[in-house]
Design a binder for this molecule. Sequence first.
Ligand code: G
Ligand code: G
Ligand code: MN
Ligand code: NA
Length: 252
Amino acid sequence: LRMETELRKAMKEQQFELHYQPQKDIGSERVVGLEALLRWNHPEKGYISPATFIPIAEKTSLILQIGNWVLHEACKQNKLWQDQGYSPVVVGVNLSAKQFHQADLVEQVSSVLQQTGLHACYLELEITESMAMSNEEDIIHTLKGLRELGVHVSIDDFGTGYSSLKYLSRFPVNKLKIDKAFIHENRRQNKAIIKSIIHMSHSLNMKVIAEGVETEEQLHFLQEEECDEMQGFYYSKPLPPTHVTPIFQFVK
Ligand code: G
Ligand code: G
Ligand code: MN
Ligand code: NA
C-alpha cells in the first residue's frame, strides 16, 4: 500500500521517464526501432526498475494511468524526433495485461496517435505470450483492430510461454522477440530453439528480433541464421532521449 501511494505521487509529480533502447536491422546495420523502457526517477532512492514497481501497479488501476502516460510520451517523443529531421524509426511500447485487455484499447491507441500526430506505422505494441494466448476470440478482435489502425504488434519474451503453432498462425502479429534467456546461455539446445523460432517467424510472415545480444559471437550466430533485427548491450543499453539521438542519422 505504501508503494501504491508513492506511485500515485510519482505520477502527479512527474517522476517517470522513458529510456530508449535501439534496435538494429542486422542486414543494413541501421537503427530501425527504439524500445521505450519505463524508469522511475525517485527523488531519494534514485532510479527504480519497472521490474519492482510494475507488478504492484498491475494490482490496481494505476497501471492503466501509467501505461497511458508511457504510450502518450513514447508517441510524442517519436513524432518530435521525426519533426526534427531524424530518420523515422518505430517506437516499441510494452503493454501490461490489464492495459491490453481493456475493451476500448484500440480507441485509446487511436486517440493517442491522433493527439500526438504520430503515424500508426511508427508504433509497435509489445505483448507477452501469456497475454496473447488467453481468451482467444477477444484477443484476435483486439489484434485485428490494431492492425486496421496500422499499428504493429510484437510478442515479447517469446519462447518462455506456451504458444502453440496453431494459435500463433491465427494471430495477426508482426514480430516475435526472442527472449534474452536463449541468447545468453550458450547451450546447444538454445541454438536449436533460436533457429527454429527464426524459421517459424519467417514461415508465418513475421519478423524476428533477438533480445539481450551482448557479444559479437552471439551477433554472428544470429547473422548466419538470418535473424532480422537485434537489441542488446552489445550495441547499446537503454538511453535517455538526449543520449539516444546521436545514434540516428539526419535525413534532412
Ligand atoms: O528495462 P528493464 O530491464 O528494467 O525492464 C524490466 C521489465 O519491465 C521488463 O520486463 C520490461 O518489459 C518491463 N517494462 C519496462 N517498461 C515498461 C512499460 O512501460 N510498461 C510495462 N508494462 N512494462 C515495462
Ligand atoms: O521484458 P522486456 O524484453 O521488455 O525487457 C527488456 C529488458 O531487458 C530491459 O529491462 C532491458 O534493460 C534489458 N536488456 C536489454 N538488453 C539487454 C542485454 O543485452 N542484456 C541484459 N542482461 N539485459 C538487457
Ligand atoms: Mn519488451
Ligand atoms: Na523481452
